[in-house]
Design a protein around this ligand. Structure first.
Ligand code: GDP
Length: 429
């Protein structure tokens, strides 16, 4: 059985925690898109970890963790992350890297950095991890597949050809030193030796696993709003963040994905530029940012303060729909316990008209939030394990959101730990 854990919003919804929790019952956990540009924070009995490239199953010895073909693989970062785990006494994880995954090249990172500087004020708020240049090259068919590291003739010819092209940009657009192909080749040989023990034919492995009835978990990065097709283009990431892409980015049949868990946080946060309709500012935002997540809402990869907002039902309804949510996990609910009243965004007013349909980007820029104010529950709900024991106003908050978005909230997360979860029967399920 294949399950996917994906984000219904802008990312940072708490997917890492839900994946870590569900990985307990999984045999295989797969990252199917994105790169080291975002991170999951996971708190478990080994401590607190920020994962960027590694799948969230790495804390379980029984799990095979796969870097799927859809991922932007930054080899040094992957090995640095593995070392961070083993340095902190986590047993060396079982890793498999798809032979069809492509490599983030050192020049992708440089190009990302130079391009952001060139665009200055008009930049996309990139994390400068080379992700946009990486995916551009993948689709321009000048990317490097992991498998190609093992064919020296092909590798040399391609490095020379690609350097010729890249160096036009380096020298004439960015006025920087050109790439030295021999040096690049040397770096790629190092990458080859690092990945060699882990490379495999992932789709064949998964086919066998499915026939053997194994449990497979697909782990998404970011969320619907960052999808290049369905998100807030162009303020999006460069690979699809949708569960449907899990089939492609892992290499398994789409009909095998039986459960799609859309993760949504009990309030909103976003990083980078772009319209964010329910955004709040000033002291109100600062307080939520300080109290948010587990130790504040600051980027797991970048440390940047996240933009904060009230829960956005319009974005989440759309987010769950595009993900094809069979289940919704509502996370970080415990953080809202300090509020007397909690506004929720239930509509967008665009040119004087109210809609609950998430619009295209240029209309989104004009949208003003329509807020409904709910009563807070004013207590700490951490440690509660059954839905009935939650304060009434807290249950009302959950049920209000569920009715607005129209997808079943079957899990409520009330703390960062694996055990901080309340399973719930939903009438929508
Ligand atoms: P992801 O990328 O979707 O995994 O999200 P992040 O890891 O960036 O952000 C989630 C943050 O919230 C992390 O610091 C988690 O440890 C924390 N977290 C997850 N679920 C809960 C929860 O229910 N309550 C609290 N207080 N923190 C949570």
């Amino acid at each position: 059985m294949v399950k996917a854990v994906v984000g219904a919003n802008w990312g940072d919804e708490g997917k890492g925690k839900i994946t870590d929790m569900l990985a307990q019952e999984a045999d295989i956990v797969i990252r199917f898109q994105g790169g080291a540009n975002a991170g999951h924070t996971i708190v478990n009995n080994y401590g607190k970890f920020a994962l960027h490239t590694l799948p969230s199953g790495v804390f379980y010895e029984h799990v095979t963790n796969i870097i799927g073909n859809g991922v932007a693989l930054n080899v040094p970062r992957l090995f640095q992350e593995i070392k961070e785990l083993t340095d902190r006494r986590v047993p060396a994880p079982h890793i498999m890297i798809s032979e069809r995954a492509q490599l983030v090249m050192p020049y992708h990172i440089l190009l990302d950095t130079y391009e952001e500087a060139r665009l200055a004020g008009k930049s996309f708020g990139s994390t400068k991890s080379g992700i946009a240049p990486f995916y551009s090259d993948k689709f321009a068919k000048i990317g490097f597949q992991v498998s190609e590291l093992f064919d020296e003739g092909l590798l040399r010819e391609k490095v020379l050809r690609v350097c010729e092209l890249k160096n036009v940009l380096f020298e004439h657009l960015y006025h920087k030193d050109p790439i030295d192909p021999e040096q690049l080749l040397e770096t790629l040989h190092e990458y080859r030796d690092m990945v060699a023990p882990y490379v495999g034919n992932v789709s064949a492995f998964l086919d066998e696993a499915l026939r053997a009835g194994k449990n497979i978990l697909l782990e998404g990065q970011l969320g619907t709003m960052k999808d290049p097709d369905h998100g807030i283009y162009p303020m999006v990431t460069s690979s699809s963040t949708l569960a449907a892409y899990g089939a492609i980015g892992a290499g398994l049949p789409p009909y095998e994905i039986k459960k799609i868990i859309a993760v949504t946080k009990a309030y909103s946060s976003a990083v980078g530029a772009g319209a964010f309709v329910s955004e709040i500012f000033g002291e109100e935002a600062d307080e939520l940012r300080r109290r948010g997540g587990d130790g504040g809402e600051y980027g797991a990869t970048t440390g940047r303060p996240r933009r904060m907002g009230w829960y956005d039902c319009v974005a989440s309804k759309y987010g769950c729909r595009l993900q094809g949510a069979t289940d919704v996990a509502l996370t970080v609910l415990d953080v809202l316990g300090y509020l007397d009243e909690i506004p929720v965004c239930t509509g967008y007013e665009i040119d004087g008209e109210v809609t609950t349909e998430f619009p295209v980007t240029w209309k989104l820029e004009k949208a003003k939030p329509v807020l409904t104010v709910l009563q807070g529950w004013k207590c700490d709900i951490r440690g509660i394990r059954s839905y009935a024991e939650l304060p009434e106003n807290c249950r009302k908050y959950i049920e209000f959101i569920e009715a607005q978005i129209g997808y079943p909230v079957t899990m409520v997360s009330n703390g960062p730990g694996r055990e901080d979860i309340i399973y719930r029967q939903s009438s929508l399920a």
